[in-house]
Design a protein around this ligand. Structure first.
Ligand SMILES: Cc1cc2nc3c(=O)[nH]c(=O)nc-3n(C[C@H](O)[C@H](O)[C@H](O)COP(=O)(O)OP(=O)(O)OC[C@H]3O[C@@H](n4cnc5c(N)ncnc54)[C@H](O)[C@@H]3O)c2cc1C
Length: 332
């Protein structure tokens, strides 16, 4: 038995991939999720964490970030392997299984694959300012992975959306100082968060942009400029956190030999693609009558996972049974 061989690998940890991972666990499958982002949740976490969703069964209204949190909790019930910050680049057949190779050069062996890649791999939108590339990962960061690394630091946060404002609010209690700059006077972030920000000790400077970062070996200062007057201001900083949104691209998935229709993967009524053992569900797939919604995506991934189970173990029924009749491991 090849320990590294998984029954099912889900590409994409958005709502659809997360529900797929839960279902695969319910079916006793050895499950892995791969996502290019540093966190799970897909569009809910990356694009609209502070927006209310009103069309989830059982939730008359729920904030996207809260729904993501609950879906992650549900997905983790059967402890799938989670590989973050890895973008699936190649899909190749070896004997009777698939190898997914990621941008880290890691090879993931799997009997079946469910592609839940949404609009494609999200990558942070980069800023083309002097010094930024050289200090990336060494003082300049796109997003926050570990809050603790900013403890006692002088921080410059760049951006006007929910992520920038949320991180400013999250970090000022542990940082030495937080300055937030945004290129417009109006913030895109949720108005309640912006109101909270204005009451906080965070120094807000608008309409300012980052011109360059400088330092001798380590980041020492950022030069920002008023984008109407061009006046420059030098700020002593230990770290710059850039929250400029994401760009999504299906990219390499388009070269895997899948039948495509525009930017989507064509599937049949069992969510099968044209490649054996490879399924697609959620925003990334298409068929007649397709709706790009969470409610329909999670239904699609149930079909995909249950069919994948039946494919690798023909004695297993396609119908999973009712979860209410099962005894599940405790939630964490
Ligand atoms: C502003 C906004 C509001 C919305 N409101 C609603 C609403 O009210 N109700 C509703 O039902 N829907 C809503 N939607 C749509 C909903 O968010 C999507 O239908 C849903 O997120 C699709 O889920 P998914 O899991 O298929 O894809 P996504 O959420 O896009 O997740 C895909 C994941 O796959 C990862 N990925 C992609 N390619 C790769 C790769 N090659 N390697 C590794 N990882 C990869 C991505 O990083 C991402 O995390 C809204 C969307 C937006 C933008």
């Amino acid at each position: 038995m090849n320990e590294a061989l998984y029954d099912i690998t889900i590409i994409g940890g958005g709502p659809v991939g997360l529900f797929g991972a839960f279902y695969a666990g319910l079916r006793g499958m050895k499950t892995k999720i791969i996502d290019s982002l540093p966190q799970l949740g897909g569009q809910l976490t990356a694009l609209y964490p502070e927006k209310y969703i009103y069309d989830m069964p059982g939730f008359p209204e729920v904030l996207a970030k809260d729904l993501a949190e609950q879906m992650i909790r549900q997905a983790m019930r059967f402890k799938p392997t989670v590989c973050l910050e890895e973008r699936a680049e190649h899909l190749t057949r070896r004997d009777d299984y698939w190898i997914i190779t990621t941008n880290k050069g890691v090879e993931h062996a799997t009997r079946t694959v469910v592609i839940c890649a949404g609009a494609g791999a999200f990558t942070p939108r980069k800023l083309n300012a002097e010094g930024v590339e050289a200090f990336e990962g060494k003082g300049v960061y796109y997003g926050v992975r570990d809050k603790a690394q900013f403890e006692g630091k002088r921080l410059l946060i760049v951006g006007g959306g929910d992520s920038a404002v949320d991180w400013a609010l999250n970090l000022y209690p542990i940082a030495r100082e937080v300055v937030l700059i945004h290129r417009r006077d109006e913030f895109r972030a949720h108005e309640q968060s912006v109101a909270q920000l204005r009451q906080s000790p965070v120094r807000i400077l608008t309409p300012y942009e980052l011109r360059r970062v400088e330092g001798n070996g380590r980041l020492e200062r950022a030069v920002i400029f008023h984008n109407k007057t061009q006046e420059e201001v030098e700020l002593p900083v230990d770290a710059v956190i850039l929250n400029l949104g994401f760009v999504a691209s299906l990219g390499p998935i388009k070269t895997w030999g899948l039948e495509l229709e525009g930017n989507a993967i064509r599937v049949d009524h069992l969510m099968r693609t044209n490649l054996p053992g490879v399924y697609a569900a959620g925003d990334v797939c298409t068929y007649e009558g397709k709706l790009k919604l969470i409610a329909t995506g999670v239904g699609e991934v149930c079909i995909a996972v249950n069919h994948a189970k039946h494919t690798i173990d023909p004695s297993a029924k396609m119908f999973p049974g009712h979860s209410s009749d099962m005894t599940l491991p405790a939630l964490e």
